[in-house]
Design a protein around this ligand. Structure first.
Ligand SMILES: [Fe+2]
Ligand SMILES: [Fe+2]
Length: 275
């Protein structure tokens, strides 16, 4: 089972650049092309929020067209830039978006894995919340899996990463602590997969690993200074590939979007190391 995770697409209305600089649509087109060219192809693509920039139907309609060429099934998760109603309206045929009557959270059977996708949105705030209703649903949904290996996906990371202007809008307390208590009771959680910070970041969390996926567009600048300014940087766009087998467990690769000149052999035709 190969799951590709892409995150923080920030698609604008057609022709509009993000922050006056980033052509997020072109970035997504390049990423989709690269995902389609993967061999083996992923079995599913999980998109962990900030799908669009302002959460309106026009942006989602444009996003839908950009995702049309994707040759594998994709699943949408909500982020702080998204809009629940407009998302459900434009992707009305994505039945999983309606599993929960209020929140855009759902469970997927990606045998042999399960994926539980959470809704951490707390409009109009940029930060994330998981109220008791959402957490109770998570606890029950985990229990329903009877110990099957599971990834839990959500937009806002439940941990402090050291980039201060992002940490002030991560998953708020006490929700992150309550989430950790639930995850700790379920050792079948292979990973907590997040977005929001536009960088590849990992930490130990509640007996598993919580990780953040980079963006196919702009990245948040790496700045660990106290009160560092809120800035982005056009570092290489990237996505993550999560490979799961019963024998090897879940292993994550970060892959960069772009043409880096192809591969080169280590050995010549006589199997001698090229020096
Ligand atoms: Fe984002
Ligand atoms: Fe975000």
């Amino acid at each position: 089972m190969l799951i590709a995770q892409i995150s923080d697409l920030h698609i604008k209305r057609q022709g509009k650049l993000a922050y006056g600089l980033v052509d997020t649509a072109a970035c997504l087109r390049r990423c989709v092309k690269q995902l389609n060219a993967l061999d083996p192809r992923p079995d599913a693509v999980l998109i962990t929020g900030d799908l669009v920039d302002f959460g309106d139907a026009e942006e989602y309609t444009f996003l839908r067209g950009l995702l049309e060429p994707l040759a594998v099934p994709y699943y949408l998760c909500i982020g702080n830039h998204d809009g629940r109603d407009a998302l459900r309206e434009v992707f009305s045929d994505h039945a999983y978006l309606h599993q929960h009557p209020r929140f855009v959270q759902y469970v997927l059977d990606l045998a042999p894995l399960r994926a539980i996708v959470m809704d951490t949105q707390d409009p109009p705030h940029g930060g994330g919340r998981l109220c008791d209703e959402r957490l109770d649903w998570l606890e029950k949904t985990l229990a329903d899996g009877a110990g099957r290996p599971t990834v839990v996906a959500m937009h806002h990371p439940p941990f402090v990463c050291g980039i201060e202007h992002m940490d002030v809008q991560n998953l708020a307390e006490p929700d992150a602590t309550k989430l950790a208590a639930i995850v700790a009771r379920h050792p079948e959680v292979e990973r907590v997969l997040c977005g929001h910070v536009h960088r590849a970041i990992q930490t130990r969390f509640a007996g598993t690993i919580a990780s953040i996926c980079p963006s196919p567009a702009h990245q948040v600048a790496l700045d660990l200074r106290p009160r560092g300014p809120s800035r982005f940087i056009m570092e290489p766009p990237a996505f993550q590939l999560h490979r799961y087998t019963e024998q090897d467990g879940l292993v994550t690769h970060t892959a960069y979007v772009g043409d880096f000149g192809g591969t080169h052999p280590f050995f010549d035709d006589n199997h001698a190391l090229i020096d």
